[in-house]
Design a binder for this molecule. Structure first.
Ligand code: ADP
Ligand code: MG
Length: 345
């Protein structure tokens, strides 16, 4: 099967979405002037909004195991990429797909495209273009969203006095990776926990709905892809503040706790990557509102720390850990707190 046939059969609507799809009918879709089929897509951004975009690449053997199923690769690629839009408080609108495959395996492409378009429809995000090439299996997605002007959640907008919150659970991504790669597991795991964790890895839940609520009370957020400490460090540097975290408040799932020791689950929560939760900061004057949203279950989040004045004695802005109110050395908690970095060694 040749490139154009692949695009037409598997990626061009309405072949996959079908007539009557809620995606096509939804209000935002008037925004697509020209989709797949011309040299470029043509889109209109709603008035008084900014266009927000982000790209992620997943390489076979590095970001997913060689034996991952096409549907698992599709959902992981889409969800991890969409998480960046959540971190900005943006509403997903469109995405493009760079698909590089060693061969045109029709069954593989059919499963991949079906899963990709299905998960995209769940998040009301439309595939509007891409590129199809031959080579080692690599998936690149660029997601595009919109946010009301001046409302984007940014890493450089944490302010002293803000409280730090995190959506969902921390540590599941690292626990899932340990499980999938069959790494050093401390305990025998129940089937229900196993299924939960594998789902967290291949289908993490981008926190779009929570982020769209948070945007009204927060100016600063980041998604946790490289580990809580590593990602909060980016916030500390960008906002020129220090960040204090109460490690006894970190939300850790029972599945993660059931898989590994308490010390390891704390390690996973602090420095494991792949959680795709959103850490966000809330100023004092919006605290009661956000706490109420959490109480009502509208936003699933936990308060875990605060933004403080930068310590003038230290050379750098930093993230510090506290347990029962007492400072603890991060090095004592972790073997490696730097988060995952390509080309690190
Ligand atoms: P060009 O030669 O102008 O780069 P292509 O032949 O690469 O165009 O693609 C033709 C059309 O198909 C374009 O609209 C492009 O965006 C779209 N397209 C190509 N590959 C994909 C893909 N994997 N998913 C979605 N759209 C794609
Ligand atoms: Mg092309």
């Amino acid at each position: 099967m040749k490139e154009f046939d692949i695009i037409n059969q598997f990626f061009k609507k309405p072949n996959l979405l079908g007539a009557g799809s809620s995606l096509i009918e939804s209000a935002l879709k008037g925004s697509v002037v020209k989709s797949i089929g011309d040299d470029c897509a043509i889109l209109s951004v709603p008035d008084e909004h900014h266009l927000v975009l982000s790209m992620d690449t997943l390489v076979c053997g590095r970001h997913f195991p060689n034996d991952a199923l096409p549907e698992q690769i599709a959902t992981r690629a889409f969800c991890t990429c969409l998480s960046d839009l959540a971190a900005m408080g943006a509403t997903p609108y469109w995405f493009t797909l760079g698909l590089t495959m060693p061969e045109a395996n029709i069954e593989w492409i059919a499963s991949f495209s079906k899963s990709l378009l299905n998960i995209a429809e769940e998040y009301q995000c439309e595939l509007i273009g891409g590129d199809t090439t031959q080579g080692p299996l690599t998936i690149t997605l660029q997601v595009h969203g919109v946010v009301e002007k001046g409302k984007a959640l940014r890493r450089d907008l944490a302010r002293v006095g803000d409280r730090v919150f995190i959506t969902g659970y921390l540590g599941d991504g690292a626990a899932a990776l340990a499980l999938i790669s069959d790494g050093a597991l401390d305990k025998v795991i129940e089937q229900i926990d196993k299924e939960y964790l594998v789902e967290r890895f291949y289908c993490p839940q981008p926190q779009i709905q929570s982020a769209l609520k948070i945007v009204n009370y927060s100016r600063c957020a980041i998604d946790i892809s490289d580990g809580l400490l590593a990602d909060l460090q980016h916030v500390a540097m960008a906002s020129e503040v220090d960040i204090d975290i109460d490690i006894d408040k970190l939300p850790i799932s029972s599945a993660c706790k059931n898989l590994v020791s308490d010390a390891t689950s704390l390690n996973f929560a602090l420095s494991g990557g792949d959680d795709y939760q959103i850490a966000f900061t809330v100023p004092e004057n919006s605290l009661s509102e956000i706490r109420q949203l959490i109480k009502d279950g509208v936003v699933v989040a936990t308060e875990i720390g605060r933004i403080v004045n930068a310590d003038t004695k230290s050379d750098d802005y930093c993230v510090r850990c506290f347990e029962q109110g007492k400072a603890v050395q991060i090095d004592d908690l972790l073997t490696n707190n730097k988060g995952y970095q390509h080309f690190a060694s």
